[in-house]
Design a protein around this ligand. Structure first.
Ligand code: HEC
Length: 114
C-alpha cells in the first residue's frame, strides 16, 4: 500500500509538474495585490476572509485554524475534501501570491515559515 501510494504521488507530481510536497518558499517579492484579486475570484466564493471582504461558507473561515505559508500552498495546489485543486490550473507563482496574501491577512496564520 505504501509503495502504491508513493507511485500515485509520483504520478500526481509528474502530471502537475509540481513535487508532491511543494516546499514552496515565501516569494521574495510577493504580489499581494494579485494575490487578493485571485483570492476574491477563485477562493472567496467558498471562504470567508475578512480582509478580502469575502463571505463564502462552503469552506472554513480562514481565520479559524492556524496555518503556515507552506500549508496554504499545499492546500491550494492539491485541494482537499470539498476543495478543488488548483495545481494544474494556476501557475505556481500565482499560487504563492495567493498564499502570501492569506498569510498576511489571516490573524491565525503563522509567520512566513513553511
Ligand atoms: C468549492 C469551494 C472551495 C474553493 C473554490 C476553495 N476552497 Fe479552500 N477549502 C474548501 C473546503 C471545503 C475546505 C475544507 C476541506 C479541507 O480542509 O480539505 C477548504 C480548506 C482550505 C484551507 C485549509 C483551511 C483550514 O482551516 O485548515 C485553506 C488554507 C484553503 N482552503 C484555502 C483556499 C484558497 C486560497 C482557495 C483559492 C485558491 C480556496 N481555498 C478555494 C473549499 C474551497
Amino acid at each position: 500500500v505504501v509503495v502504491l501510494g508513493l507511485a500515485a504521488l509520483v504520478t500526481l507530481a509528474a502530471l502537475s509538474a509540481i513535487p508532491a510536497s511543494t516546499g514552496a518558499a515565501y516569494p521574495r517579492r510577493a504580489n499581494l495585490t494579485q494575490g487578493k484579486l485571485y483570492f476574491v475570484g477563485a477562493c472567496g466564493g467558498c471562504h470567508t476572509l475578512r480582509a478580502a471582504g469575502t463571505h463564502g461558507t462552503r469552506g472554513p473561515n480562514l481565520a479559524e485554524e492556524p496555518k503556515t505559508f507552506g500549508s496554504i500552498v499545499e492546500q491550494i495546489t492539491y485541494g482537499g475534501e470539498g476543495m478543488p485543486s488548483f495545481g494544474t490550473s494556476l501557475p505556481t507563482k500565482l499560487i504563492a501570491n495567493i498564499a502570501a496574501y492569506v498569510v498576511k491577512t489571516t490573524p491565525t496564520s503563522g509567520v512566513r515559515d513553511d
